[in-house]
Design a protein around this ligand. Structure first.
Ligand code: ZN
Length: 167
């Protein structure tokens, strides 16, 4: 396994649209394992392939308290959603930035697992929020896109300053 580099906003790679996975070969398993390791190390509760510059429809999530329930979600589709919840979100591509985002509180997800088998999952609260956040990454969308242009600009400047300070 290996740690992957997580792109930081406003890297243009975060705007890439991911393509569906059609062949469930070993390289996909490896990618998922590396993404899980990277997510746990960060630490975070979700990571999308586009965040590690791979334009494939794969996300990994673990919202459990003990970090022992990894979920590998491929080619996800939300087939039903209900109710609305506002929650403060963060993102591994936006270190130190948190903002309130409105999401659906409950959803039903259809996706493929690492073997390519179709699965159905009912999710609510944090897991539902996390799924929607990660699925946004697969279409090149990030959580600050829900904020006003003014707030988004302020965040971009904050992050650019941080990145300059690092190099
Ligand atoms: Zn994110």
């Amino acid at each position: 396994m290996a740690l992957l580099h997580i792109l930081q906003y406003p890297h243009p790679g975060l705007r890439e649209k991911a393509l569906p996975i059609t062949v469930f070969e070993k390289s996909i398993t490896q990618l998922a394992e590396n993404m899980l390791e990277t997510m746990y190390e960060a630490p975070g509760i979700g990571l999308a392939a586009t965040q590690v510059q791979v334009a494939k429809q794969l996300v990994v999530i673990d919202t459990s308290e003990n970090k022992d329930s990894p979920l590998i979600i491929i080619n996800p589709k939300i087939i039903d959603k209900s109710d609305v919840i506002v929650n403060e979100e963060g993102c591994l591509s936006f270190p130190g930035i948190y903002a309130n985002v409105t999401r659906s509180e409950r959803l039903i997800l259809e996706y493929q697992d690492i073997k390519g088998e179709v699965q159905r999952l009912e999710a609510d609260d944090l897991l539902a929020i996390c799924i929607q956040h990660e699925m946004d990454h697969l279409i090149g969308k990030v959580f600050v896109d829900y904020l006003s242009p003014l707030k988004r600009n302020r965040i971009r400047k904050q992050l650019e300053k941080l990145q300059r300070g690092k190099s």
